[in-house]
Design a protein around this ligand. Structure first.
Ligand code: SAM
Length: 288
């Protein structure tokens, strides 16, 4: 928990709204294809935050039941109070707790769910200590023909043209060390990890979120989504450890370069592409 902020702070909630609407363009066709090919769909959303995105993504008439899991009690409470109904249920559960599978089975029994058609893992794996262990533990919960939809950052695949000063590289190297930003390279290794964990039929739908030249609004959304939170993180880190020299150097870098980086992203001549794996997979047939 020490390595994560409580995703409740107002600025972060606003950033998540921008991020969700930016990503919806990429996710919607994938979800539509899933919804169109099935009915009475059951969904598991792990790391569902305050439930807003869960409800927005899974309100299709083809979906009959959605279980949202989140380890932050206040967020779960908010989700359940605001959106809990016959179709959407939100529970407090830590994905990495030893009792996770047992607790999930109990919830499923209460809700009359045998297995899930769709398991949605959006920016969750980056916050886990052992991604392989977790993905393996999820396998029995996926239907034979079910799909996991994963969305994870892959900073190794991010590019900004015209960045002669290496601002993007500097920014990403700070982010890599920011303990609140999660593991920004889960996306880079996710295909190998999934294969190791007994998944196949892996389809990478997108490997980056991009905006070119005069796509001003999209660039703005990309900047908010991928860049805006480092300043918040650094100010929190410094409030916790005011004498930490590395955090001080990050603050200094941001003071000198943040605006220049934003201007470069927004420049009419620039193309920006932020590495992001959006993929689906199934489990191997050998599973029950
Ligand atoms: C980066 S946010 C992503 C939220 C949402 N899935 C989205 O795509 O906008 C990660 C979420 O996962 C939750 N989370 C992180 N680790 C968790 C764990 N071990 N068990 C359950 N939820 C967790 C966090 O509290 C947070 O709400």
């Amino acid at each position: 928990m020490d390595s994560q902020l409580i995703f409740q702070d107002e600025t972060e909630m606003k950033r998540l709204i921008v991020q969700n609407s930016l990503l919806s363009y990429y996710e919607k066709p994938i979800l539509k294809a899933l919804f169109d090919s099935r009915k009475d769909i059951t969904v598991l959303d792990v790391g569902c935050n305050d439930g807003a995105k869960t409800v927005e993504r899974f309100s299709s008439p083809s979906v009959s039941k959605v279980i949202g899991l989140e380890f932050n009690q206040k967020l779960v409470q908010k989700a359940q109070e605001q959106y809990g109904d016959k179709r959407f249920y939100f529970f407090r559960l830590d994905a990495e707790d030893d009792s996770f599978t047992l607790s999930l089975r109990k919830i499923m029994k209460e809700e009359n769910i045998e297995c899930f058609d769709v398991i949605y893992l959006s920016f969750l794996l980056m916050h886990l200590k052992d991604v392989e262990k977790y993905l393996t533990s999820l396998r029995p919960f996926l239907k034979k023909d079910g799909k996991i939809l994963i969305i994870e950052a892959d900073d190794s695949n991010s590019k900004l043209n015209g960045d002669g000063g290496g601002l993007l590289g500097d920014f990403l190297s700070i982010l890599k060390k920011d303990k609140y930003a999660g593991n920004r390279e889960v996306g880079k290794n996710i295909i190998q990890t999934l294969k190791k964990c007994g998944y196949h039929d892996i389809t990478v739908h997108y490997d980056a979120i991009s905006a070119s030249k005069d796509e001003k609004e999209k660039k703005e959304a990309i900047f908010t989504t991928f860049f805006s939170y480092l300043r918040e993180d650094v100010s929190i880190l410094l409030s916790q450890e005011p004498t930490n020299l590395e955090y001080k150097s990050w603050k200094k870098w941001l003071e000198s370069n943040y605006t220049a980086l934003k201007n470069l992203v927004m420049d009419e001549e620039s193309d920006i592409s932020m590495g992001m794996k959006i993929l689906t997979c199934s489990k191997e047939d050998s599973d029950a």
